[in-house]
Design a protein around this ligand. Structure first.
Ligand code: PEP
Ligand code: MG
Length: 825
């Protein structure tokens, strides 16, 4: 007896249809397998599940597959590619409900595959006769499946012979020629527009390059279009078949006439502009050097280890799909943040959906290759093809392929893309914290991010490395050719690409002057920072690894006021053991040579996801499971970390602080775990980060339970101003000197006086303009990136605490950060 497979987007629909068919069968047995929905409640289809269902339904006589619409059809087709072994399978275009019932009844009667398929296909006949032929339906011969089938047949009649498309007499084909006049030809972004323009039409569309003879390339495949090598001035032919052929060709011609929606020319110089509307200052210092980008592949195919590899091709397909979906979501996020200039990400997005690429990867997986290696090989081949193109600009588009390659590989392997530092100014879309953490300041003279924001964690790490940087420069900077000289000022946000000799001389002069200032401050950095009227301010270091700890000592840190321990956890496939953590914290304590070490417990979530912690997707991760919320939900992580911290506290001066505390109950729960793993006689300062406005307002409730409060102005500002810290479009809003934020700091300081010490460890602490205001509000510890310590100490020595208090009082009456900044001498 033949078997039947029901493929539907809906689990419920498929089960209900099979139950209905069961009513007709009256107890006769028919093998019907269901592959429907991604889970019970989630609509979708999965090719792997379909192929497994086909194998299960086949008793040797063949299988008829019925599908609902859209991707159910695609999944069923893909399932045939994935199917191992010998199976006779027929995909049937019959209507899902009527067809399945008719097929089940006829299979139960012992019909063979052809007969069952014919029965299913005729299943609408009864209804049509009853309602009158054609009632409410499309004219004969235009059902979706017939259109698709016809288009495929016609496509076979078109042949590319290098000089044009040769079309069989009978084929109703639309054709036209057009000239590419985009300055850089049909590279990834215009090609992405082209793919988008013909998507969804009932038509097969092919392109060929008449100038070079290259082709044909399906208009649905970004990688193949890019490989046409279509440069400015090249003549291309487009040929389309199917019901919408004319429409498809019209759309391509209209798009070509609009230069594929690409603005003419490229602005080489990005002038400094106001905060929030262009390059933003992100890490002080002058950076000059030849530009380089993260174009080269960051994952080496030769030693691609993939710890999560599944045992079956089906499992590998699922992992690949999940990884691609995560990358797609991330690119969506980036596209939203860059607004109208999102073309580069559009191209990346289209590459993820490229059917040519996916088909090739799927075939490799079906043949037994792991998802990571299959993905890497196919993308490498595509990039190599682009590498061979004669035009330099188009060759550079291989970088887009490699970027997408690496993003998916990073998701699959749980490893951050490995960033190999090169000499000069790094220009890239954005950096992950894990990438920023491994930048080598000896090589990288500056950083320009197309996206990014001054308080994103990656920017904080860049600042900790002392690398001058500007962020939010817009995607056009990504078009800077490798090796072009770039000059930037991370203090003002000025950025000049390919500066003329006069501009270059000016930047160089400023760099020399700043270096002198730093050298002078460094001489006195080891001494305490005491105001002119004798108030001592502790200037501490924010650190995340051993190199930072050494830099902290070199730059004169009084203590390490914030150890971001999460960087020990990031970029790994599993959590570090207690012993590993103890070793790492002990090494930091030893490097600090007797200075106190404030270890913050794991602060992941938000923009610092951990690959090995399963987290449900969140619409607003910064308002979700981060910091102490996450570690209290996974108490084993907190317990291990506190155990390791307690061991180091036994012989070094150590403090521990909890991030993102919002409720007193959270602090008490964390303290309870601490009391279980650290003996009471171990000296350990205990504190919380004040990052949530509600916590600041409730300081009095916390003050009796802690030794210190450390105000994290990065998060406090983002939550108080409702301006996400990673969103460069909101750069001007997220200013910690906004009086609204200053009032919160004032509240903390007043409620804590005499009960707990108050520090600031957000980036505001390193802002020379903010220092007098913070001191005036009663803050006595500033914790900053190591390179900033000498200048912050020098600035404190110039201050007078009485004047700072007067300044702070006036700042609290201002209506904007600009007004506050205007008050500062
Ligand atoms: C802060 O929020 O200001 C802070 C110091 O913590 P992080 O930047 O690591 O979130
Ligand atoms: Mg924070």
């Amino acid at each position: 007896m033949i078997g039947i497979v029901a493929v539907s987007h809906s689990h419920l629909l498929a089960h209900a249809t099979v139950a209905l068919a069961g009513e007709m069968l009256r107890g006769q047995a028919v093998r019907i397998e269901i592959a429907a929905g991604l889970e019970e409640q989630t609509f979708g289809t999965d090719a792997v599940a379909v192929s497994e269902a086909i194998a299960a339904a086949d008793s040797g006589d063949g299988v008829l597959v019925l599908m609902d619409m859209g991707s159910a059809v695609l999944s069923a087709e893909l399932a045939l590619d994935l199917l191992a072994g010998d199976h006779r399978v027929r995909l049937c275009a019959a209507p899902f409900v009527e067809g399945l019932i008719a097929a089940a009844v006829s299979a139960a009667g012992g019909a063979d595959l052809d007969e069952v398929a014919a029965e299913a296909s005729n299943a609408l006949a009864g209804k049509q006769t009853h309602l009158g032929a054609g009632a409410g339906s499309a004219p004969p011969g235009t059902s979706e499946s017939e259109k698709v089938q016809r288009a495929a047949e016609i496509a076979r009649e078109i042949e590319w012979n290098g000089r044009g498309f040769a079309v069989a007499e009978s084929g109703p084909v639309s054709r036209a020629e057009f000239v590419v006049d985009n300055p850089h030809g049909l590279h990834a972004r215009p090609a992405a527009r082209l793919v988008g323009a013909v998507r969804g039409l009932d038509s097969s569309v092919l392109l060929g390059n008449l100038t070079t003879g290259t082709g044909p390339a399906p208009a649905s495949s970004l990688s193949r279009i890019a490989a046409l090598g279509a440069l400015a001035g090249h003549r291309l032919e487009v040929a389309a078949t199917g019901a919408d052929a004319a429409e498809a060709v019209d759309r391509v011609l209209a798009l070509a006439a609009r230069h594929f929606d690409e603005a003419p020319g490229f602005v080489a110089e990005v002038a400094p502009v106001a905060r929030g509307t262009g390059p933003l200052p992100a890490s002080p210092g002058i950076g000059i050097g030849p530009s380089w980008q993260l174009a080269a592949a960051q994952f080496d195919t030769a030693d691609l280890d993939d710890p999560g590899r599944a045992e079956t091709p089906a499992g590998e397909r699922r992992r690949l799909d999940a990884a691609i979906n995560r990358v797609r979501a991330e690119i969506d996020r980036l596209r939203l943040t860059v607004g109208t200039e999102a073309g580069i990400f559009e191209a990346h997005q289209v590459l993820l959906d490229d059917t040519e690429v996916l088909d090739a990867v799927h075939s490799r997986i079906a043949a037994g290759t792991g998802a990571a290696l299959a993905w890497a090989r196919v993308l490498d081949d595509g990039a190599a093809e682009l590498d061979r193109l004669p035009d330099e600009y188009q060759r550079a588009r291989a970088g887009d392929l490699r970027a997408v390659r690496d993003q998916v590989l990073a998701e699959l392997t749980g490893r951050a893309t490995r960033l190999v530092s090169r000499a000069g100014v790094l220009i890239t879309a954005d950096l992950t914290p894990a990438q920023a953490a491994v930048l080598d300041p000896a090589q990288v003279t500056g950083i320009v991010l197309a996206n990014g924001s001054p308080t994103a964690h990656s920017t904080i790490l860049v600042r900790a490395h002392g690398i001058p940087a500007v962020v939010g420069a817009g995607p056009r900077v990504l078009e800077t050719a490798a090796g072009t000289t770039v000059a930037l000022d991370g203090q003002t946000g000025a950025l000049v690409i390919d500066p003329d000799p006069a501009a270059l001389a000016e930047f160089t002069e400023r760099a020399v002057a700043q270096q002198h200032q730093r050298d002078a401050a460094l001489v006195a950095a080891g001494k305490p920072a005491v105001t002119r009227d004798g108030v001592t301010v502790h200037v501490a270091a924010n650190i995340s690894d051993l190199a930072d700890a050494s830099a902290a000592v070199r730059n004169g840190a009084d203590l390490a006021g914030l150890v971001r321990t999460e960087f020990l956890f990031l970029g790994r496939a599993d959590a570090p053991s207690i012993d590993e953590q103890e070793q790492a914290y002990r090494a930091l304590a030893e490097a600090l040579d007797g200075r106190k070490l404030i270890l913050r417990t794991l602060d992941v979530g938000g923009d610092k996801p951990l690959p090995y912690i399963e987290q449900a997707p969140e619409a607003n991760p910064f308002l979700g499971m981060r910091g102490i919320r996450l570690t209290l939900a996974r108490p084993e992580l907190l317990r291990d970390q506190l155990t390791a911290i307690g061991r180091v506290a036994a012989d070094h001066p150590v403090g521990v602080m909890f991030p993102m505390v919002t409720q007193l109950s959270e602090l008490l729960a964390a303290r309870h775990i601490l009391s279980e793993v650290v003996p009471p006689d171990i000296p350990l300062d205990i504190g919380i980060m004040v990052e949530v406005p509600a916590t600041a307002a409730k300081t009095a409730a916390f003050a009796g339970h802690v030794d210190f409060l450390s105000i994290g102005t990065n998060d406090l500002t983002q939550y108080a101003m409702a301006a996400e810290r990673g969103n460069e479009a909101l750069g001007s809003l997220a200013d910690p000197l906004d009086p609204g934020v200053l009032h919160l700091i004032d509240t903390v300081s007043r409620a804590a006086t005499g009960r707990a010490r108050v520090a600031v460890c957000g980036e505001a602490a390193a802002d020379p303009a903010a220092a007098p205001v913070l001191l005036g509000l009663g803050v006595h510890e500033l914790s900053v990136g190591p390179p900033s310590i000498p200048l912050v100490k020098a600035a404190v020595r110039e201050l007078d605490s009485t004047s700072c208090r007067a300044l702070a009082a006036r700042a609290l009456t201002c209506s904007s950060a600009e007004e506050v900044r205007a008050l500062i001498p």
